[in-house]
Design a protein around this ligand. Structure first.
Ligand SMILES: [Fe+2]
Length: 289
């Protein structure tokens, strides 16, 4: 199993103040700093995990994958370039903003910006904005990202180069589409792909250490008037207890706890599930009636 992780994410938004209110007041993150152009949010000892960029077009901006060393960054760059995915060097401004030693920028087959990096600034004090027991990150990375795509095969091949392997599948009946879950480390999945009619970011998941913090975030989301897009529920494959809200960037965020880990890659059985959840998660993918 690789030691690579999902290290940071970037999103676009029209209203940075609203993101700050949501991230600090609902999610339990710490606002590191905010300018007219960007808001950076801390989840643990890393300098930041989320960067929100001011933009007239809200949505996904980039995912950043920590590959550990310069040698690994060079190896993966060569491999992706040989497969027809050329790299752009990260600029001085990008390295400084992301607080990493170096990065390379790619475009995946769905048109999404992907950054590979190493040397993210660590050891920063995490001071959550409210009473909060912390996020599960470290060797599991910050959570998972999910894309809807017209090019499932090509996307799987691209992310396999970074080290993502199949965890399991779920056929999602309400949308008559297969979802593919892939792991990079012990986290059950760091990436999922949902076959569909367009290439678009679907959701990001972050994991709290305790069920109390998930329940509290659910209450705070409702008190802040956020749209809960899927009610509290428990997923079948990764066993996460979570709920989903609409972010100020117009996609969903899954907030959960209790995720299953893949500790032994060799004995892991890839299976298919016929529903996304044991209970709950009522919403478009699990209609209440
Ligand atoms: Fe998820």
């Amino acid at each position: 199993m690789s030691l690579h992780t999902l290290g940071y994410v970037g999103f676009n938004a029209t209203d940075l103040d609203d993101w700050r209110l949501y991230a600090t007041g609902v999610l339990g993150m710490q606002a590191v700093d905010q300018t007219a152009d960007a808001l950076r949010l801390r989840m643990d000892g890393k300098h930041h995990r989320f960067a929100i960029h001011k933009s007239a077009t809200p949505g996904f901006a980039y995912s950043g994958w920590d590959v550990g060393t310069r040698a690994e960054l060079e190896r993966l760059t060569a491999e992706l370039t040989a497969l027809g995915y050329p790299a752009a060097e990260g600029t001085e401004a990008e390295r400084a903003f992301r607080r990493v030693v170096d990065l390379r920028v790619f475009t995946d087959p769905g048109g999404n910006r992907v950054e590979l990096f190493y040397g993210q600034l660590s050891g920063c004090p995490f001071t959550p904005a409210r009473q909060f027991g912390g996020f599960k990150t470290g060797e599991l990375g910050l959570g998972h990202v999910v894309f809807m795509t017209r090019s499932v095969e090509a996307m799987m091949a691209f992310y396999a180069v970074i080290g993502l392997k199949m965890s399991d599948y779920i056929f999602i009946k309400p949308v008559q589409s297969m979802a593919y879950f892939m792991h990079l480390n012990a986290r059950h999945h760091s990436l999922a792909l949902l076959g569909g009619p367009q290439d678009v970011f679907h959701h990001i998941m972050i994991e709290a250490n305790s069920l109390d913090d998930v329940g509290m975030a659910n209450e705070l989301a409702l008190r802040q008037g956020r749209t809960v897009t899927m009610s509290l529920g428990k997923h079948t494959n990764d066993e996460v207890v979570s709920f989903y809200t609409m972010t100020p960037s117009g996609f969903e965020l899954e907030y959960g706890c209790g995720g299953r880990t893949i500790d032994d890659q060799e004995s892991w059985q890839v299976v298919e599930y016929d529903d996304i959840s044991f209970w709950g998660h009522l919403g478009p993918l699990r209609p209440p009636v």
